[in-house]
Write a protein that binds this ligand. Structure first.
Ligand code: ADP
Ligand code: NA
Length: 331
């Protein structure tokens, strides 16, 4: 196809994705489907780096796929699949690992941070080579564009370096050098309890996170107890009123309304009004979303068939790339 290829994935490391994943990534994936030849992957091999419980991993892989579908990832237009179903990811990762310097891999800041926290004995070699597996995910599909957040930027740089290295060692058309796909439009969502930190599954307290599969009542309560400030006026001021700005960002992203228009609605009203209305907005989004997720999970055969078909289509592309690359390596 003539459309540029795009690849993205998330790890099945929690039972539910959160609102940051939805507004920062999934809505973007859905929007890209018309103009790009997109592959959306549940990267379960990456999740192995933290040695998850096998039954939990299997369940989370399905739930993650169901949430992609519920968000609007369309298996008719995009390829939706599970990483481990396409063995070529691990094969290409080995070839790439033999082209990556030990020092080069050791400079990855995410590895340095995580291994410093867990110590050498608590750190797997898989965590060390994780960025090489990510490079394989991308290069396997001759990907042109990768939507990446800030925290994956250095890994994409490594991927680009590896692609360029393959091309200079084995011939120009060995690998496609991918670019970062920068979107201005997506929202960055912050923690409700610490609105200077991004909403993340690794947050200190669950009260700061809106999980997509949380009961709407729990979510409403968390929004009502979101940290704000003593200024008392609804304004979009990221610096001085980060909590309120975050609530406005969520409001705007879920309703499609301008932040300015929302601010105008709350002129002279307290934060309580904003929070009550936002809780309603979020609940109105979550209820049908959760029904769709439940629908996919209650028909396991259908979900399996979707993922199997996605894996078949992904594998056909992956095999062609891997045959070309292995041949260049002398295999
Ligand atoms: P987490 O920080 O919860 O571990 P991931 O790093 O797995 O989330 O992110 C998966 C995807 O969701 C990435 O594309 C990332 O950029 C996006 N994302 C994660 N958290 C947020 C957030 N708070 N706001 C916007 N996008 C986010
Ligand atoms: Na993360």
């Amino acid at each position: 196809s003539a459309r540029p290829r795009i690849f993205s994935g998330m790890q099945p490391t929690s039972d539910s994705l959160h609102l940051g994943n939805y507004l920062g990534a999934l809505t973007q994936w859905v929007a890209l489907q018309d103009d790009y030849d997109a592959l959306y992957c549940v990267v379960d091999l990456h999740a192995l780096t933290v040695a998850p419980d096998p039954a939990a991993l299997r369940e989370r892989t399905r739930r993650t796929a169901a949430q992609y579908l519920a968000a609007g990832v369309d298996p008719e237009r995009s390829i939706l699949f599970v990483q481990s179903h396409v063995a070529e990811h691990a094969e290409l990762a080995w070839l790439l690992s033999c082209q990556t310097g030990f020092g080069e891999a050791g400079r990855m800041t995410q590895f340095k941070d995580k291994s410093a926290k867990n110590g050498a004995e608590g750190t797997t070699v898989g965590l060390f080579t994780y960025p090489i597996l990510m490079a394989a995910d991308i290069l396997l599909y001759d990907t042109a564009l990768v939507p990446v957040g800030e925290d994956q930027r250095q890994h994409l740089e490594l991927t680009r370096d590896l692609a360029q290295r393959l091309n200079s060692r084995f011939g120009d058309d060995t690998a496609v050098v991918p670019d970062a796909h920068i979107v201005k439009a997506t929202a960055k969502i912050f923690d409700l309890q610490d609105p200077t930190a991004k909403m993340s599954k690794s947050a200190a307290s669950p009260n700061g996170i809106i999980e997509l599969l949380d009961p709407p009542k729990t979510v409403a309560k968390r929004i009502r107890s979101a940290v704000t400030d003593a200024i008392g006026e609804v304004r979009y001021d990221r610096e001085n009123q980060p909590g309120v700005a975050n609530l406005l960002t969520i409001f705007s992203a879920l309703t499609g309304r301008d932040v300015d228009a929302i601010v105008a609605d709350y002129a002279g009203k307290g934060y309580g009004h904003l929070k009550v209305d936002l809780a309603e907005v979020v609940t109105t989004f979550l209820e049908p979303f959760q029904e769709r997720v439940e629908g996919y999970l209650s028909e396991p055969d259908t979900l399996d068939a979707v993922l199997e078909d996605g894996a078949d289509r992904a594998r056909a592309i992956a095999r062609t790339t891997l045959d070309r690359v292995s041949d260049r390596f002398g295999l």
